[in-house]
Write a new protein. Structure first.
Length: 316
């Protein structure tokens, strides 16, 4: 196999490689396909100032690496491709070694590239070679964006923290030591063995509520539930045992942005844990504390907030 510089005489073979590449790694839905004329124009400009190397075998091109001329010590790897039958032979490394050697002479200190998130084999190769993600280029179909914007309510938020204890004195002593100080904590006893704490700070600051719940659970060795209605629409609870977060629920896991499937599943209620720690009915937890893809698939936020509170014996 021969590694050499590309020339204008290689246009037909490069076009063949480009068409193979375009079939194997198509543009995402909604993006226009790039025409060969545009790609060839970019390649031609790099033949002198940049670095375009090809791998040739049996009179045919089987690989290409195209690095654009560097700007301010940054060179961009525009295109790299190896035909299927010539992979796993180190071809891409040989091509890149030659191309990088050329742009290094021109003062290059950083090499960038773009890769589709769906092209996992290529991502694996680039990461193995030392490339790391530094930004996200994101896209949303217009109709999806319009629908999400229309479905993005911004109602009031409120929260309450519940300690499984009848020792109000110890709870108030722990509250007095909490930093930052709460504005005007409202501490109330419940008939069913929970002490409820409400404060304006916790209505708007979910991180502060989580810190308070964790600290109370740790100091008192108690089960603590941080319950919240967020933006008038989604319900969240965090369940702590002896200072450790053991379960977290968000009624619409992707409400604040897309999540991986694993992260979505992690925000589903665990009926067994909730039942064991709060006394709730296992089957009722499964029925009421459901998750969904949008708020429209669940009861109104206010109603769900009250239902989940009653489920665990809490007074929101």
């Amino acid at each position: 196999m021969k590694i050499r510089r590309a020339t204008e005489a290689d246009e037909a073979e490069l076009r063949r490689l480009w068409e193979d590449f375009s079939i194997e790694v198509p543009e995402p839905t909604g993006f226009p396909a790039e025409e060969w004329a545009e790609q060839w124009d970019v390649i031609r400009r790099s033949l002198d100032g940049g670095a375009v190397y090809v791998a040739e075998s049996g009179g045919q091109l089987v690989g290409v690496a195209h690095v654009k001329p560097p700007e301010q010590r940054v060179a961009h790897l525009e295109w790299a491709h190896v035909s299927k039958g010539s992979r796993r032979q180190g071809v891409i490394k040989k091509l890149l070694e030659q191309a990088i050697r050329d742009v290094k002479k021109k003062g290059t200190a950083l090499v960038t590239l773009e890769a589709l998130t769906a092209n996992e084999p290529a991502l694996t190769v680039w990461q193995r070679l030392g490339f790391e993600p530094v930004e996200y280029f994101m896209a949303a179909p217009l109709d999806v964006l319009e629908r999400r914007l229309a479905d993005a309510p911004d109602g009031p938020s409120r929260a309450s923290t519940h300690v499984q204890s009848d020792d109000r004195t110890s709870v108030e002593r722990a509250l007095a030591r909490f930093v930052p100080r709460l504005e005007s904590p409202d501490v109330r006893d419940a008939d069913n063995g929970w002490i409820r704490i409400a404060d304006p700070v916790m209505d708007t600051d979910r991180a502060a509520q989580a810190r308070l719940a964790r600290e109370l659970s740790d100091r008192l060795g108690a089960v603590v539930v941080a319950l919240a209605l967020e933006r008038g629409t989604v319900v969240r609870f965090q369940l702590y045992e002896r200072g450790r977060l053991v379960d977290e629920y968000l009624s619409v896991p992707a409400f604040y942005g897309e999540l991986s499937k694993g992260d979505e599943l992690a925000l589903a209620a665990n009926p067994t844990l909730v039942a064991r720690l709060t006394g709730a009915d296992h089957d009722e937890v499964r029925r009421i504390a459901r998750t969904a893809g949008s708020p429209a698939e669940l009861p109104p936020g206010e109603d769900l907030y009250a239902q989940i509170g009653r489920l665990m014996g809490l007074e929101p």
